[in-house]
Design a protein around this ligand. Structure first.
Ligand code: HEM
Length: 426
């Protein structure tokens, strides 16, 4: 890649995100240089990298995702930093890091665990779980919205969906913290990577997460010996055109679910709450007309997109937004920027819970579009309908602390207060 271009903000540096996603700077960049060569500075113990093409416009992001034959998820996987060469073949077996036709086969296998019927069957349980979570804090009149209300919803849902014993859900939380929060000093602390010192072990590698992969391996053996009625058993035993998941593919799928289905919501639920608290008129509107909840949740995901970016690699020389991209170069789609593109969303910085149409990209697009989107929306619906009816006056009780990450936009702490009320489940 030729020399990188000056940019008013480093979109890869987690420090650029500690006060929230830098939407103002992103908007100026999207306007001036919608596709540009972004530097990859040395940081967090990583050496300087070759740089990447940052893609900020909605139409360009959709174009990249629609053409996996040009913009591959497989060649260099989907994180900005390249995996260590010895790790690459392993991570390439994760569905997220596959291209068609392999991806298409794998997706058909795992999709069987995500049928609308299977998801809808969880709806009552989600509502009960939301009631239980609000019960835990309602009498106190104050809590930490992230730790006390948001974190357990996706963990418990995933544990149930995957057939992981409930007592092991703390393990899943720890793995997700280490993987996603690896840029954040507090979350990364205690991980193998941290103990080994910078640059010795990639925190997302198989080595750093050996406890998680061992757990997945043992769980697979257990499920094959004693099949249950859960997603993991289904995925392990599915047979599509004679294709079955290899053990390594299964371990990778477990890893992906433990992260993708967990941290995204732990960030997405507080993100949505923050948007509602910042816009009392929209909160009032939702309280007055709860039928707007579905569209409000999509607007929360557009306005506060939990996943900031994903990476692809150009497989051949190509053109995007008038720029010439060479084969082998990294291309990074910024969902958070595309979701504020005025070409697609009139008045994009306005939070409008009835926005129509709202074709946001919080769940990505194209062949890799999020498999858990329905389940994610269902969990948010369960949480927000419970919170709005039982804590209608919820408000910030101090400054929130955001996650130091340029990959996930999230919150670590969000103190809130509300009028105390009685428990429902007793
Ligand atoms: C608000 C919550 C969520 C958000 C914002 C989110 C976001 C995303 C995004 C942006 C992608 C596309 C990745 C790419 O472009 O390469 C994706 C893929 C994926 N998500 Fe989600 N996700 C959420 C919840 C979930 C849940 C609850 C699950 C499962 C229980 C899940 C499972 C997956 C899987 C398996 C993929 C990979 C699909 C493939 O590669 O074909 N996600 N997600």
């Amino acid at each position: 890649m030729e020399t990188t271009e000056p940019t008013e903000i480093d979109l890869y540096d987690p420090r650029s995100f500690v006060d929230g996603v830098p939407h103002g700077a992103m908007a100026r960049l999207r306007e001036a240089t919608p596709v540009f060569r972004h530097p990859e500075r040395a940081m967090l113990g990583w050496p300087e990298g070759p740089g990447f093409w940052a893609v900020l416009r909605y139409a360009d992001v959709v174009h990249v995702n629609r053409h996996p034959e040009i913009f591959s998820s497989h060649v260099g996987a989907t994180q900005i930093r390249d995996p260590a060469p010895e790790d690459l073949p392993f991570v390439q077996q994760m569905i997220l890091n596959m291209d068609p036709p392999d991806h298409t086969v794998m997706r058909r296998v795992v999709q069987r665990g995500f049928t609308p019927r299977r998801m809808e069957a969880m709806r009552d349980d989600l509502a009960r779980r939301a009631t239980m979570l609000v019960d835990r804090v309602i009498e106190a009149g104050e809590c930490d919205f992230v730790r006390d209300l948001s974190a357990d919803m996706p963990l418990m849902t995933l544990a149930e969906l995957m057939g992981v014993p409930l007592e092991d859900r703390g393990l899943m939380k720890g793995w997700a913290d280490r993987i996603i929060g690896y840029q954040d000093e507090e979350y990364a602390a205690g991980s193998v990577a941290e103990q080994a010192g910078p640059q010795k072990v990639n925190p997302r590698s198989r080595e750093a997460l050996s406890d998680m992969f061992e757990y997945a391996h043992a769980l697979a053996e257990e499920k094959l010996a004693h099949p249950g009625d859960d997603l993991l058993t289904m995925v392990l035993t599915a047979d599509v055109d004679g294709e079955k998941l290899s053990v390594e593919q299964f371990e990778n799928f477990f890893f992906l679910l433990a992260v993708a289905g967990n941290e995204t919501l732990r960030n997405g639920i507080p993100g949505g709450m923050w948007a509602l608290m910042e816009h009392p008129d929209q909160r009032r509107r939702l309280l007055d007309d709860p039928s707007l909840l579905g569209s409000a949740i999509d607007e929360m995901l557009r306005y506060h997109s939990p996943v900031v970016h994903f990476r692809r690699t150009a497989t051949r020389d190509t053109e995007l937004g008038g720029r010439r991209i060479a084969a082998g170069e990294k291309v990074v789609v910024f969902y958070a920027a595309a979701n504020r593109d005025p070409e697609e969303f009139p008045d994009p910085d306005r939070f409008d819970i009835a926005r129509t149409p709202n074709r946001h990209l919080a769940f990505g697009s194209g062949p890799h579009v999020c498999l858990g989107a329905r389940l994610a929306r269902m969990q948010m619906e369960a949480m927000f309908s419970e919170i709005l009816s039982r804590m209608p006056d919820i408000e910030p009780a101090g400054d929130p602390v955001r996650l130091g990450s340029s990959f996930q936009a999230g919150f670590k702490r969000m103190p809130v207060s509300y009028t105390p009320g009685p428990t429902v489940l007793g």
